[in-house]
Write a protein that binds this ligand. Structure first.
Ligand SMILES: [Zn+2]
Length: 239
């Protein structure tokens, strides 16, 4: 690894990718990035999501999207345009979420009706273009649909989730799919009873407490470790 790559950032990206793959959030595809100054660290294009090594994390200059090291994923504009639009965002995840995407395709809104869904507000917005986000124009449109929120769905494609930092982004990615899975069951038997704005606010403040984010992050890492997917990565260095 050369000096231009932050070992800490690469370790976070590799660990998060493996943990999200073990959790069934990442499949063959999916990528997560972390912003460090003017650079974004992200899964390289071809690395296995469940076995990515530190040496397979790509580094990209945020100003112009030029790769510093290795080849980033083809949907890099998702990350670049969200970072450009949102100074508060420190990490971005994109994945082809099974349940959340199925709801978007069926036209069933991903509403806040379970605690896990509260941090995403009344309804997760849907970006209505199934094409891969491989250019800046699509990236900007997606960032516009995301707005100030924590997540957006991409119809027939997947989801994007953001966080102040990488553990928050991982925790929210898990929460989004958890909410979708419960809503899928709910829609099969009836209509979800939506949270009020007050309920959304109250539940969100509890779920986004640093100690709760840390708990979800540690659990995701430990599940990956027990599945044998963390290998060379020491959980203790990440929490
Ligand atoms: Zn995609």
């Amino acid at each position: 690894m050369t000096v231009s790559t932050s070992v800490r950032a690469a370790t976070l990206v590799a660990a998060a990718s493996r943990a999200l793959a073990v959790a069934g959030i990442f499949d063959t595809h999916g990528h997560i990035s972390v912003r460090e100054g003017d650079v974004a660290y992200v899964n390289s294009h071809s690395a296995s999501r469940i076995a990515i090594r530190l040496e397979e994390v790509a580094a990209v200059r945020l100003a112009d999207g030029e790769p510093i090291e290795r080849t980033p994923p083809s949907e890099l504009p998702i990350h670049l345009e969200i970072y450009r639009a949102r100074a508060d965002v420190g990490a971005v995840a994109h994945f082809h979420a099974l349940y959340a995407t199925a709801l978007a395709v069926a036209g069933k809104p991903l509403v806040a009706a379970f605690n896990a869904g509260a941090p995403f507000g009344r309804e997760v917005p849907v970006y209505d273009d199934p094409a891969l986000v491989r250019d800046a124009a699509r990236g900007r449109r997606l960032a516009g649909v995301l707005g100030k929120g924590r997540a957006a769905l991409l119809r027939g494609h997947g989801a994007v989730v953001v966080g102040d930092d990488l553990p928050t982004c991982v925790a929210m990615s898990l929460q989004l799919e958890e909410s979708a899975r419960r809503l899928w069951l709910t829609y099969a038997i009836g209509e979800p009873r939506r949270f009020t704005d007050q309920e959304i606010e109250h539940v969100t403040s509890g779920l986004t407490e640093p100690r709760v984010i840390r708990k979800i992050w540690i659990d995701a890492l430990e599940r990956a470790r027990l599945a044998g997917a963390l290998g060379d990565i020491d959980v203790e260095t990440l929490v």
